[in-house]
Ligand binder design. Structure first.
Ligand code: TXE
Length: 500
């Protein structure tokens, strides 16, 4: 960063081989936040070679699990030691509020702690084949060299969901953060080095996915690619990896329904769930200006309360305080870039032309203090339907669409009417209905009377075009492991099959 070398290959910090750099922009005011090295395809190839050598010849895959777990715990300690610095980098890079960045770094820490514990207990399995002479044992081994490609909305968080289980499993890796937001991952890689991870186990290249993509995804030296990002890029990577039959896991965002039943308005002994429902729908879509793969961007609300519910939401949306994420008064920051704001604006125009009714937002904020940043107002479209692209496509911005339903079956049908399937929310004061609807929804996470939460110990991932594979939880470790069956005959004798 700013003259220091930012690529980490084979345990050595280096500049790009062609000395290329990239300006990293602070989206809150358009200023240059940092200048970083921009890797070439040759650098990416060198990083894969370093990871390959570290896997084939290095100590890491065979390092005792207790020792690997200790390294993960040391990384967690260092993350907490440098929490403030990492949070500041994340805010400067993404525009999100500092409060949110601090939560992110705590979450990153918890992922390392979780996998340090899990790897210590992830045991081999003995299988009883009915013959005491046969010892049949199923073991888990590291899958090998992993390429880890992360997006810009939760830069270090998304990267940690990959690096922590990969390290725990004994893999080696090449990490590529988004070129839009590389700063926290560069700082994190310094911590990895400080924690004593051997040379070549974690390698870092940053740069354009379009330029580095081929080198990273078509190499026969790579055993697994884990990618989080857009649908089109996920499909490209899956195709690129197919020639080598390289395993790929992808998380590709969502168009997530938030279903609200009218019973949230029912007053039971002076209490109703109304305020919490309004609040969770609002937070679910407008947190981080909607740049969240699991954002609840489709409100599906029961007809009888729809008008009142949308009015209450719009009133709250208009009070959201936008500003520089460094300002403690800001409740939400800008979009990540001018380019991304242009995409969001084109979706708003599309919604209007498709006949959706603009209730609030639909513009840049008028506050002159925000003029240099890529801010966009929280936007609500009512009277939407499934034929509209604004209902079906991921806008990745602060845009809520509203659809209405009249019975439970219709709510489920609407909730499942998306090519994605990452997450969904259900709000009802009837627990039996809540469970029924949660089970009927084809989404990887369903929040019942809550929205947006996750834990390192529970799986995360999507149905449909939201992707394949799972991160977090035991499945998130299994992605980085091969499974081997060892059949040991302790009393060998001729099989007796062929008699001659
Ligand atoms: O993502 P890309 P973009 C969605 C969201 C957003 C859209 C496009 O809807 O508007 O995707 O965003 C790397 N080979 N999500 O264009 O391109 C790239 O450098 C290898 C949802 O910014 O998918 C970056 O590191 N890598 C999402 C990463 O892929 C390539 C979060 C993601 O960038 C590559 C972000 C290639 N050919 C966007 N091309 C989520 N699931 O949360 C790009 N990359």
């Amino acid at each position: 960063m700013d003259g220091e070398p930012d690529l980490y290959i084979g345990g050595r910090w280096c500049h790009a081989s062609d000395r290329g750099t990239r300006d990293v922009v602070n989206p809150a005011d358009g200023s240059i936040a940092a200048v970083v090295d921009e890797a070439t395809p040759d650098d990416a190839t060198a990083a894969i070679a370093a990871a390959r050598a570290a896997f084939d010849d290095g100590p890491w895959p065979d390092t005792a699990v207790a020792e690997r777990a200790a390294v993960l715990d040391r990384i967690a300690d260092l993350l907490q030691r440098d929490k403030e610095e990492l949070s500041l980098l994340e805010t400067r890079d993404t525009g999100k509020t500092l409060a949110e960045s601090r939560i992110d770094i705590d979450d990153v820490t918890s992922v390392f702690r979780y996998y340090a514990r899990l790897i210590a207990v992830a045991a081999d399995r003995l299988v009883d084949v009915g013959d005491p002479a046969i010892v049949s044992r199923v073991v888990r081994e590291p899958i090998g060299v992993c390429v880890l490609i992360a997006p810009w909305n939760y830069p270090l968080l998304q990267m940690s969901w990959k690096v922590a289980p990969a390290l725990a499993a004994g893999c080696t890796m090449v990490a590529k953060p988004s070129e839009v937001t590389p700063l926290s991952t560069i700082a994190f890689t310094h911590l990895v080095e400080e924690a004593g991870v051997p040379a070549g186990v974690v390698n870092l290249v940053q740069g354009s996915g379009a330029v580095l993509g081929e080198a990273l995804t078509t190499s026969a030296d790579v055993d697994f690619i884990s990618f989080t990002g857009g649908l089109a890029t996920g499909a490209t990577i899956s195709r690129a990896a197919a020639d080598n039959v390289t395993k790929v896991a992808v998380e590709l965002g969502g168009k997530n329904p938030h279903i609200v039943f009218a019973d949230v308005a029912t007053d039971v002994a002076g209490h109703s769930d109304w305020d919490a429902a309004v609040d969770h729908v609002l937070t679910g879509v407008f947190l981080h200006s909607g740049q969240v793969c699991s954002a609840g961007t489709r409100l599906i609300v029961e007809e009888s309360i729809a008008d009142d519910f949308v009015s209450a939401l719009a009133a709250r949306a208009e009070t959201i305080r936008m500003g520089d994420g460094m300002d403690p008064a800001s409740e939400t920051g800008p979009l990540v870039s001018e380019q991304h704001r242009a995409k969001v604006e084109s979706y708003v125009q599309l919604g209007i032309s498709e006949g959706a009714k603009l209730i609030t937002g639909g513009a840049r904020p008028s506050d002159p203090a925000l003029a240099d940043g890529s801010f966009y107002l929280p936007t609500i479209f009512d009277h939407c339907d499934r034929s509209m692209r604004i209902v079906q496509e991921e806008t990745f911005g602060p845009i809520l669409t509203v659809e209405r339903f009249t019975d439970e079956a219709e709510a489920i049908r609407l909730g499942n009417d998306t090519e994605y399937g990452l997450a969904a929310g259900v709000r009802t004061s009837d627990p039996a209905r809540g469970q029924r609807v949660a089970r009927a929804l084809r989404h990887g996470t369903v929040w019942l009377n809550d929205f947006g939460y996750y834990t390192a110990a529970a799986e995360w991932g999507g149905y449909g075009k939201s992707g394949n594979g799972r991160e977090l939880g035991p499945s998130g470790l299994a992605e980085y492991q091969e499974t081997k069956h060892i059949w040991h005959n302790t009393a060998p004798a001729p099989a007796g099959w062929f008699k001659g």
